[in-house]
Design a protein around this ligand. Structure first.
Ligand SMILES: [Zn+2]
Length: 428
């Protein structure tokens, strides 16, 4: 993408020189080792747009690698023609060009790709792509084996800093889910007090290991407008399933008092550990989920109550930009994180970057997070798109003489690197 403003090119080049804090990602392992060109095309998020443009049956056929490329191509071609202009497709096109030197998606291109598919399980390849994207550090939500966090042996992918994956600790519904959570400590818990103590110990161990934040994506499963139930209400749920390991609290109403209570307790722990809390808001991966429950505005009561907790609200709350801009303007403890959003909807982000500059403190914006599982070929393309979005937005603002070019560079530096470095205390 190219901006129309006079200083676009200069700002784009400047953005390329600024190292990135990748604010959110899920690279559990060095992966994948692509073995099928169609899978290589649809990996990352693009599969969701292909599905949205075709059908479950079509995707099932595309995924069936026992069928030949020739047999699957007509289905991919038909879907591609209907969805080749989305942000996700932009990623695919850039990967095609950069790593396979292909200008178009065709059957011939797929056949040529076959012999040279990327092997991202190779550490050298993986690292060199991150280096080329000029990524300095990556904040990783990798749902680790907690035993390895506690004993310090967890091996992470290059440049990673750990976060504490929170949802599993509060959406508990039976005896088993409680004991699984505390098992890494080698103990069995019998009461709510013991459970909270165990969670605190586990989170402490994460911080010892180097965790830089908590991360919560409960919005996939429940509305994020947490209530504030009493301890007695929560404990009643907990005790009911603990006294009979065969009982299960009903989802979602049966577990809600306990789930909400624990969430607030964990916010207090985040405060005491002085770790920020990253929360998924807005659009969700895959398709067919309910967006209303994920709107960041649902967190208002949580944000107002926990004033000493710093919240990093994700995905630019797509498609509810106005609500998130309000929250960031209105509450000192709210930052906007554009992770993933830059490819969900590049134009939304270009507009929102401009609007953010004009209405919220620019020091509260985190501009990039790749949000893939492995797939650093996509991470590279995503980084390029994020830099372009920021360069387009800021050069437009320079063009209307809203700010000067040097000031725009300073803002870009903050959005790509400086703000997140400070917010997550990365010490870079
Ligand atoms: Zn994510």
């Amino acid at each position: 993408m190219k901006g129309k403003a006079k200083y676009f090119e200069e700002l784009r080049r400047y953005c390329e020189t600024v190292p990135l804090v990748d604010c959110h990602d899920h690279s559990v392992n060095l992966e994948p080792k692509y073995e099928d060109p169609i899978i290589a095309i649809k990996s990352g998020y693009f599969n969701s747009d292909l599905l949205s443009a075709s059908s479950d049956e079509d995707i099932r056929i595309l995924d069936d690698t026992s069928r030949s490329l020739e047999e699957r191509w007509p289905i991919l071609e038909k879907a591609w023609k209907r969805t080749c202009h989305t942000g996700y497709a932009q990623v695919t096109k850039r990967v095609l060009k950069k790593f396979y030197n292909e200008d178009d998606l065709t059957l011939e291109a797929l056949i040529r790709m076959q012999g040279k598919l990327l092997d991202l399980s190779d550490e050298k390849t993986f690292t060199s792509i991150l280096k080329e994207a000029n990524i300095a550090v990556r904040i990783e939500d990798v749902w680790p084996d907690v035993r390895k966090v506690i004993d310090g042996t967890l091996k992470m992918t290059p440049l990673s800093r750990l976060v504490i994956s929170l949802p599993g600790y509060h959406n508990i519904c039976n005896y088993e889910s409680v004991q699984v959570n505390v098992a890494p400590l080698g103990r069995t818990v019998t009461s709510l007090d013991e459970y909270l103590d165990a969670c605190r110990e586990i989170f402490d161990a994460h911080k010892q290991f180097g965790a830089v934040a908590f991360k919560d994506q409960s919005a996939y499963e429940r509305p994020i407008d947490y209530g504030n139930p009493t301890r007695a209400e929560a404990e009643a749920v907990f005790n009911r399933f603990m006294e009979d390991p065969r009982r299960k609290a009903a989802y979602p109403d049966g577990i809600k008092p306990l789930d909400d209570y624990l969430f607030h307790e964990f916010m207090r722990m985040a405060r005491d550990l002085d770790l920020p809390v990253q929360i998924h808001t807005g659009h969700m991966a895959s398709i067919r989920n309910d967006i209303v429950k994920t709107n960041a505005v649902g967190l208002t009561k949580v944000i107002e109550l926990h004033r000493d907790v710093r919240f990093d609200l994700f995905h630019a709350n797509w498609p509810y930009s106005g609500e998130l801009l309000f929250l960031c303007k209105n509450y000192p403890n709210v930052s906007i994180d554009f992770c993933w959003a830059n490819i969900i909807d590049p134009i939304y982000c270009q507009n929102m970057f401009k609007q953010a500059l004009s209405c919220v403190p620019h020091g509260k914006i985190h501009g990039y997070g790749s949000d893939f599982v492995g797939c650093v070929d996509r991470t590279w393309a995503h980084a390029q798109i994020a830099r372009e979005n920021i360069a387009i937005a800021l050069s437009d603002m320079v063009e209307i003489e809203y700010l000067g070019l040097d000031e725009a560079k300073e803002v870009a530096y903050g959005w790509l690197f400086g703000n997140a470095n400070e917010f997550f205390r990365l010490g870079l």
